[in-house]
Design a protein around this ligand. Structure first.
Ligand SMILES: *[C@@H]1O[C@H](CO)[C@@H](O)[C@H](O)[C@H]1NC(C)=O
Ligand SMILES: *[C@@H]1O[C@H](CO)[C@@H](O)[C@H](O)[C@H]1NC(C)=O
Ligand SMILES: *[C@@H]1O[C@H](CO)[C@@H](O)[C@H](O)[C@H]1NC(C)=O
Ligand SMILES: *[C@@H]1O[C@H](CO)[C@@H](O)[C@H](O)[C@H]1NC(C)=O
Ligand SMILES: *[C@@H]1O[C@H](CO)[C@@H](O)[C@H](O)[C@H]1NC(C)=O
Ligand SMILES: *[C@@H]1O[C@H](CO)[C@@H](O)[C@H](O)[C@H]1NC(C)=O
Ligand SMILES: *[C@@H]1O[C@H](CO)[C@@H](O)[C@H](O)[C@H]1NC(C)=O
Ligand SMILES: *[C@@H]1O[C@H](CO)[C@@H](O)[C@H](O)[C@H]1NC(C)=O
Ligand SMILES: *[C@@H]1O[C@H](CO)[C@@H](O)[C@H](O)[C@H]1NC(C)=O
Ligand SMILES: *[C@@H]1O[C@H](CO)[C@@H](O)[C@H](O)[C@H]1NC(C)=O
Ligand SMILES: *[C@@H]1O[C@H](CO)[C@@H](O)[C@H](O)[C@H]1NC(C)=O
Length: 600
């Protein structure tokens, strides 16, 4: 059996996994408490502080038995097992791919997401620590506490090395990953302060908030009703493409700004002091933006309203990649049917945030429906092995896959997609505050009922998450690095390329993330229509920064083709995707009492 670096450290200190599991048992409601406290700046949400020793609000034994005959039923792992695997995955990611300030082998937007995942991981570790901190295992406590601080210092280091100049002038999706990144870090700082009455990170809040503000400002006024009645364009250097991810991000980033951003009145508009020299561009002052500015909520509501009324879902209910506008039209009339895993995920955290802000139950209902569609699209609910074996839209054998996974020809971008899915699923399923929010006339009773129903549904996703996490763990090589095709072991395959297992792509689809050269052709190529400009956001002239960035962007994408031809293999991105699903298994299992005594 492989022993991860983390497990080795732990074994050396003779920590018993069982003990850890018991600690987590007493922890179940603590997670809800922490979630509550993460709304530090919404005073109306400061009610109903829970207690680590209370029972979880879900029954804890309500997870239905697994009936799928093809499933190998490895659902008996306890929360301690998953917590160890989670810690191992993050420790490996940082020891192998982190260079003290940066993940040098990744690219900017993915780095922003990975930093988000690191902050979210630190929040999960803190949940567990808070609930175990007073049990007499002081070695474990000290170790956990130092890991939490170590990862937080890495987040601080990344702040300094993030290539903000490059990402500032990239596309409208890129900017929003940065917004979510620094808001997640602020959530951690707030949660840690509540836990330890510590000043850790307090001095960072203002600069993190300022960066979130600068990057949100890029998209804030980009919801454009002159084409397709609304929505945000993906990339101003290309012909208009209103795509799922940019718009899901606008929902997620707007509502996260509304809930978690503490306000910022610095008018310095530059992402870095070196910006003007590097780009020969000056910028107007940044307008002040208050915490909980109603504009932020309005943006989120308008975005989701637009998204749901412009059919982004295929016949199966899966979210497709986006819409072009044909010549001389102004409506989104040309749909790209390509389906990716991350597009099923990013809106989930947005829907959760809309519920937190409004108390409208329909947002949660929609989220659960999207999750159910995705789970079904992996074949999880098929009732026979041969049926589950077939491509089901986004996987097979109950395991999530992107189209490029089996043939091993995913781009770097696509390799991170599954990790993004599980991160946003996790945010959606954080326990609802039990006696809040006092919005939209919700009674306490109604909120408590909704919390029970939400947490029961979330608990019902656990077996599927565990199934995927086991599959992901099975792809690791002897250094503990995750591979990309999680489904491989279920069809007795390795992490080599298996082109004969590549599912045919949906008809009417163009796989832009893995075939970047399509961006140089219609319908993406900018032909001066609809105000697109090959110089991108930077404006007209040859020397403009936008031009430079547009070509850099194109070059970066073109450069990747060669790498793809050889297959990228195990990378920091496949590692982070593996971390994403194993972290989800750990988070969900620790909220679910069923697991705690089950495993040896
Ligand atoms: C830590 O756990 C205690 C006991 O349950 C709880 O009162 C407290 O709010 C928790 N702290 C945080 C930051 O969640
Ligand atoms: C880490 O990598 C980044 C990007 O390649 C580089 O700028 C930085 O100097 C490296 N840091 C260290 C400590 O090697
Ligand atoms: C553990 O002790 C600390 C400090 O005494 C306290 O703040 C915290 O709430 C306690 N946690 C639990 C779970 O009792
Ligand atoms: C920008 O360039 C000018 C002229 O070369 C130099 O004086 C200044 O220090 C530079 N500013 C920064 C922030 O690098
Ligand atoms: C910067 O922009 C100014 C004004 O457009 C132009 O005169 C100058 O040549 C540019 N400098 C560089 C280094 O591109
Ligand atoms: C959305 O489009 C799909 C695929 O064309 C279609 O099956 C579905 O009925 C449409 N949904 C709505 C609400 O129009
Ligand atoms: C769009 O309009 C232009 C100018 O009226 C015309 O030349 C062109 O043929 C039209 N394109 C299509 C596809 O109808
Ligand atoms: C997923 O499959 C289950 C079991 O067949 C079914 O009850 C559920 O309605 C499906 N979900 C969606 C969104 O279609
Ligand atoms: C595991 O994969 C990584 C990334 O490809 C590689 O660097 C490492 O050497 C591999 N380890 C083993 C034992 O093959
Ligand atoms: C994989 O191998 C196992 C053991 O040899 C066998 O039982 C199983 O049927 C194989 N599965 C597939 C999909 O070939
Ligand atoms: C990946 O490989 C499969 C199988 O050979 C092929 O159908 C697909 O077009 C390839 N995708 C890319 C992006 O090259």
């Amino acid at each position: 059996m492989r022993v991860s670096k983390w497990q080795a450290i732990e074994a050396g200190r003779q920590r018993s996994p069982k003990k850890w599991a018991i600690l987590l048992l007493s922890c179940a409601l603590g997670a809800a408490t922490i979630n509550l406290l993460s709304y530090y700046s919404l005073p109306s949400l400061f009610l109903g502080i829970g207690d680590c020793t209370a029972a979880p609000s879900s029954s804890g034994s309500g997870t239905p038995p697994i009936a799928s005959p093809w499933d190998d039923a490895r659902h008996d792992r306890n929360a301690g097992y998953w917590n160890d695997e989670f810690l191992g995955a993050i420790a490996t990611m940082q020891s192998v791919f982190w260079n003290d300030t940066y993940w040098p082998t990744t690219i900017q937007w993915i780095g922003a997401f990975m930093d988000t995942l690191l902050a979210a991981s630190d929040r999960s570790l803190l949940d567990a620590l808070n609930c175990s901190g007073n049990v007499s295992d002081s070695v474990t406590t000290t170790l956990r506490a130092s890991e939490i601080k170590k990862y937080f210092h890495e987040i601080e280091a990344y702040y300094g090395d993030e290539d903000v100049i490059q990402i500032f002038d990239a596309a409208y999706d890129d900017a929003q990953w940065v917004v979510l990144e620094w808001l997640e870090a602020i959530k951690f700082i707030s949660q840690y302060g509540d836990y330890a009455q510590s000043s850790l990170g307090q001095a960072d809040v203002a600069r993190f908030a300022h960066r979130a503000h600068i990057f949100y400002n890029i998209v804030q006024d980009q919801f454009d009703t002159s084409l397709c009645d609304g929505g945000i364009n993906w990339n101003p250097a290309l012909a208009t493409y209103k795509n799922a991810v940019t718009n899901e991000l606008f929902l997620a980033s707007s509502i996260a700004m509304y809930l978690f951003y503490p306000g910022d009145s610095l008018s310095d508009p530059y992402p870095s002091p070196a910006y003007t020299n590097a780009t020969n561009t000056t910028l107007p002052d940044l307008p002040a933006l208050d915490a909980h500015d109603p504009l932020l909520l309005q943006n989120a509501v308008a975005e989701y309203q637009w998204f749901t009324t412009h059919n982004f879902t295929n016949a199966q209910g899966l979210i497709v990649d986006g819409f072009h506008i044909t010549d001389n039209q102004t409506t989104c009339d040309e749909r790209n049917e390509m389906v990716y895993t991350y597009n099923q995920g990013v809106l989930l955290s947005g829907l959760r945030g809309l519920w937190d802000a409004t108390g409208e139950k329909s947002y949660l209902d929609d989220g659960h429906a999207f999750i159910s569609t995705t789970i079904n699209a992996t074949g999880w609910n098929d009732r026979s092995s041969p049926a589950a074996h077939q491509w089901a839209g986004l996987g097979r054998n109950g395991i999530m896959e992107d189209y490029c996974d089996a043939p091993a020809n995913c781009s770097q971008d696509n390799q991170i997609f599954k990790g993004i899915y599980f991160h946003h699923l996790g945010l959606f399923c954080e326990p609802l505050p039990t006696s809040t929010p006092l919005v939209a006339g919700l009674t306490k009773l109604a909120t408590a009922e909704l919390e029970a129903s939400h947490s029961n549904k979330c608990a019902s996703y656990l077996p599927w998450i565990e199934h995927n996490a086991h599959a992901a763990l099975a792809t690791r090589n002897d250094s503990g690095i995750f591979g990309g095709w999680w489904g491989a072991s279920y069809v007795n395959k390795t992490q080599e390329a298996w082109p004969t297992w590549a599912p045919p792509k949906p008809s009417g689809s163009i796989d832009l993330w893995n075939e970047p050269w399509v961006l140089r052709q219609p319908p993406w190529k900018c032909q001066g229509r609809h105000e697109c400009s090959e110089s991108g956001r930077g404006g007209g002239g040859m020397d403009s920064n936008g031009k430079r960035m547009a070509s850099l962007f194109a070059h970066r994408r073109m450069a990747r083709r060669d790498v793809n031809d050889q297959g990228l293999g195990r990378t920091v991105e496949t590692q982070a995707s593996g971390l994403g699903v194993v972290k989800a298994a750990s988070d969900f299992a620790s909220r679910d009492g069923r697991h705690l005594e089950a495993s040896p």
